[in-house]
Design a protein around this ligand. Sequence first.
Ligand code: PBG
Length: 331
Amino acid sequence: MSFPITRHRRLRRTAGLRNLVRETQLTAHDFIYPLFVTHGSGVKDEIPSMPGVYHFSLDLLQAEVEAVVAAGVQAVLIFGVPDRKDASGSSAFDEEGIVQQAIRAVKAWAPQLVVVADTCLCQFTDHGHCGLIHHDAHSGAAEVDNDPSLQLLVRTAVSQAQAGADVIAPSNMMDGFVAAIRDGLDEAGYDMIPIMSYSVKYASAFYGPFRDAAHSTPQFGDRKTYQMDPANSREALREAESDVVEGADMLMVKPALAYLDVLRMLKEHFDLPVVAYNVSAEYSMVKAAASNGWIDERAVVLETLTGMKRAGADLIITYHALDAARWLRGE
Ligand code: PBG
């Protein structure tokens, strides 16, 4: 009888040994927690397709921010749900817009919390697209007009920085948006505010619950002329390369789970921090299965987030952040 010389199981024998050789350690510092803020008062409405995620009015947001800090999560990503939409999304760059108000409030309650602002127009436009709509003179076909949209995105980013945002996260996928926003921020005196670029954002079916949450479903067409084709990965390198050249400080891949190969490619090709966005449907599928008793939510979430980090994510934007941070503390 011959015996194996190599026994991989030696290092798996006890919990202590497994802890010693673990390659990837998830911590609460890896997480960015998204918050949806809206007008009015007394609002804490659960988003039906995202159990455990809420719309908050500013008066009820403070308790949530305190919970974030108590859980040891040090960054939030703010999304606004405005009460007014128009063709140019002007409530996105209004000094008194909901996002600007929320940034000021969060920074007043928790100055040490890193506040990341999502910079896009789709929640604020009546047509639900991420830029201005232009109708072709001949065919009448509607298209999202790249360059004029950049001006509005720059105004949005500057107003968010003015309100106190620590990081600007443009998610609109117009060409040249990082360069335009970098330039605009620098000119306005915000040269130390970093840009976390949604570099590689796919035209994904995994954003469905978010669009319910943010009321940002396009009213006609889809986002395939500006977001990326899920079939492409070399194109992801071209997108990311542009952002690096244009001055991005962090590169994001979104969604995460179906695109971990792309995340890994970015990690290998660039030296900037890479961010994974664990998007809304990835969250909702876990919640639905867990509520049916089909999976162990805690184990599945921690395994998923560990997988993202192992694949190369330096940071993870996730709706599970509060739960995961508490679980990691043994609560
Ligand atoms: C706005 C934006 C979207 C998401 C983040 N920022 C939606 C979209 O592009 O349609 C999706 C986030 C999620 O699904 O969790 N452009």
